[in-house]
Design a protein around this ligand. Structure first.
Ligand code: MN
Length: 256
């Protein structure tokens, strides 16, 4: 298929776009680090004019936001292991558009919100569906997107910390070092589990993936609308020079 045929298939409804992005507002669920760590600001709009004296014919706003707010990408320089790697503006666009596969852990996470994906889980998926795609994205469906408009449920925190799913440290190392994927995507607030600080190394998904020029996307939704294989994902972060991440619009193109 060439690009014109892609456009024709979209126009005719032969292909469909699924928006995997949560909306950005002051109510968007965001990461909350415990003391003594510093947190980012949440997203907010500041009105500059609204068809009034400061701007009689137009409405425009300033935006205030942390980098890692809402559906966003983590660039290599976000993590100490990737500090000599790419900032978010330097990630090649070809790495941001590619095949997406969806691994479904909804059942496991319904039983155990702290579920950690193992290498065997991924190998079992590969035995059924084929190898993880080169230049592709591995999306972990957990059902967590049902909490994407509820800050408290999304973080699922108690006095032992946040209880959200993720992957084992050895899984992160294997994905980072033994596969040719571009990155991973999750439905939760971060690419590590809520209790990722307890892994070795701490926050192993960040450590291994970002340290190996692979990227992470968080707070995805609507993964249930994607097939296990065959979708194409388009990840569109803002090209923030020196940025460790950016809110990103994420689309999937799927057969209708
Ligand atoms: Mn992040």
């Amino acid at each position: 298929m060439n690009a014109s045929e892609l456009a024709a298939a979209l126009a005719s409804g032969g292909l469909r776009i699924v928006d995997l992005t949560n909306t950005l507002s002051a109510d968007t669920p965001t990461l909350r680090l415990p003391d003594p760590f510093a947190n980012l600001i949440d997203f907010s709009l500041e009105e500059v004019s609204r068809y009034n004296e400061p701007g009689p014919f137009w409405m425009h706003n300033n935006i205030h936001t942390g980098e890692h707010i809402g559906t966003h990408i983590d660039a290599p320089v976000h993590w100490i292991s990737g500090k000599d790697g790419l900032d978010v503006a330097s990630i090649p666009p070809a790495r941001l558009v590619g095949p997406a596969v969806v691994l479904d852990f909804t059942a496991q996470v319904a039983e155990n919100p702290d579920y950690l994906v193992s290498i065997d889980d991924i190998k079992a998926w590969e035995a059924e569906h084929g190898s993880l795609p080169e230049n592709g994205w591995v999306l972990f469906r957990t059902g967590w997107d049902r909490f994407s408009d509820d800050k408290e449920a999304f973080l699922n925190a108690d006095d032992t910390g946040s209880h959200t799913p993720g992957m084992m440290a050895e899984t992160a190392k294997w994905l980072a070092e033994e596969t040719k994927i571009s990155g991973i995507g999750v439905e939760t607030v971060g690419i590590d589990a809520g209790r990722g600080a307890e892994l070795d190394p701490p926050f192993a998904a960040h450590y291994h993936l970002l340290g190996n020029d692979k990227y992470g996307i968080t707070s995805l939704q609507n993964l249930a609308q994607l097939p296990a294989t065959g979708a194409v994902i388009v990840v569109a972060p803002l090209p923030i020079v020196g940025g460790g991440g950016s809110p990103s619009r994420v689309y999937a193109i799927v057969d209708a």
